[in-house]
Structure formats: C-alpha cells, structure tokens
Design a protein around this ligand. Structure first.
Ligand code: DX5
Ligand code: ZN
Length: 246
C-alpha cells in the first residue's frame, strides 16, 4: 500500500478556536486536515463554506506539493459539487473530494458541458478540478456499490482519473457514529486492483477499528472524535499510523 496518511476531521474540533486547533493537530503529527463541507441538502447537516475554509487555511502552513503534509482534504458533502470547485480552489483547498452520488444527480449524463454549464459527470468534474491545479478525490456512500468506480478508475485519459477514492464507513452527515465493517470488502476490492491508489476511509475510525481498515488496504485514515476527543491526540495519531504501516 502507499504510505500512511492520517487526516483528522476538524468536524470534532473546538469551533470557537478552529485555527489554533488545526495548527495544534498538525503539530500532533497529522499529515492532512480533513475538512467536512455539508450543505443541508446532500446530507442532513450544515458545516461551513469557503470563507471559513480560507480563514483556517491562512493559519496552517501550505503543503510543498498537493497531497503533502498540511494538505487541505476537502470532503464535499454537497449537491452540485461542480459549482464550488473554483471557490474552494480560491479558499486554499488542495484535494477536492466530491461524492459520486451528487455528481451523477447534477445533470443528465448525456448533456454536454459548456462554459455556462460546468462539467458534472465524474470524469469531467475530475478533469475540471485538475485544470485548476487541485488533486481530485471521489467518494461513495455506504449504499453505493464499489462497482460504479471501475469505469472511472479505468478511464484511458489520465487527467480524468481520480487521485484518491474515499470509501465512507458511516452514512455521511455527522461525527461520532459507529464504524460499518461491512464497507471493508469495497476497500479490499479496490486495493487488489490498484496497489498504489490512495484509499481513504472515513467514519468511526479509531483505535478499536483501525486494524481491520488497514488490513483491508486503506492508507488514508480520517478520524474526528477519536482524535479530538482524546486526552493525548498525538498518541492516537501515532497508533493509527503504526497500524497502517505494520
Ligand atoms: C461524516 C464525516 C466525517 C466525520 C468523521 O459525515 O465525513 O469526516 O467527521 O467523524 P468520526 O471520526 O467521529 O466518525
Ligand atoms: Zn469526511
């Protein structure tokens, strides 16, 4: 598997001290910051948008390269994800991960994209994200089968292939939910076909669940409540990393 990447979800941070909390988390050994964007439509919750993301970005040192240390891993739990790509680029997002389900519902698949009608099929959206200099991730919800990803990953045009896949291990919307182990066969199937693909898991990850996720082949680990609820967040980040690297 590719190297371990620990991405604490700031959904469980102290929102009243968000900037400092993010700086502390990086200092505790986190690789990335996982930024959960929710719009109240795609998921039944609302977090924040580009303005807050930009404000926090100013506090955290920018990565040397997209997906390096300090990467802003923006998990876009929003309808019409094509409409926010430029705004999040301006806000300092490095990795724009949209939901497959949102992308395919934005536009009939056979409607061509134009300047005023931005790309919305997953492959076009990935190309658009890349054209703005960001990395692109694609996420699937628990009820979406992994098979929808094969044609996207096998796209002959490299620029339209995702840099990362995110397998949700809870229903998106809230932190602190229970890990769904029955999502792991998706990770195993992806890892078998793609030994070098960054595979992210998100939801219910912590000291009790990391081993099975790592065994399945996940290497990008999101953890919200497990990190921010801990007395010693650095120790939790270390444990998560060791489990992936073992
Ligand atoms: C859920 C979010 C997660 C969430 C994870 O919709 O995508 O990133 O913050 O929180 P925990 O780790 O507490 O399950
Ligand atoms: Zn998330």
């Amino acid at each position: 598997s590719p190297p371990a990447i620990i991405a604490p979800s700031i959904l469980s941070a102290d929102f009243g001290a968000l900037g400092q909390s993010c700086v502390d988390t990086i200092n505790h050994g986190a690789d990335w910051l996982h930024i959960d964007i929710m719009d109240g439509h795609f998921v039944p919750n609302i977090t924040w948008g580009p303005a807050i993301t930009a404000a926090v970005r100013k506090r955290v040192e920018k990565p040397m390269s997209s997906m390096g240390k300090g990467t802003f891993d923006c998990h876009m739990m929003i309808a019409e994800p094509h409409k926010w790509v430029l705004e999040f680029k301006k806000a300092g997002c490095d990795l724009y991960t949209f939901h497959y389900e949102a992308a395919i519902n934005s536009q009939a698949a056979d409607t061509p994209s134009t300047e005023t009608n931005r790309p919305t099929s997953p492959k076009e959206l990935i190309g658009y994200i890349h054209s703005l200099g960001m990395s692109a991730g694609i996420a699937i919800k628990p009820k979406t089968p992994v098979d929808v990803l094969w044609p996207i990953l096998e796209n002959p045009i490299p620029d339209e292939r995702p840099d990362m896949v995110l397998i949700m291990t809870v229903e998106p919307g809230f932190g602190g939910q229970s890990f769904m182990p029955d999502m792991l066969p998706k990770v195993t199937a992806l890892r078998e076909k793609y030994p070098n693909l960054p595979i992210e898991v998100d939801g219910g990850l912590g000291e009790g669940t990391i081993d099975e996720a790592a065994d399945a082949g996940a290497n990008v680990i999101v953890a919200g409540s497990a990190v921010f609820g801990a007395k010693d967040p650095a120790a939790v980040i270390r444990t998560l990393r060791e489990s992936v690297e073992l």
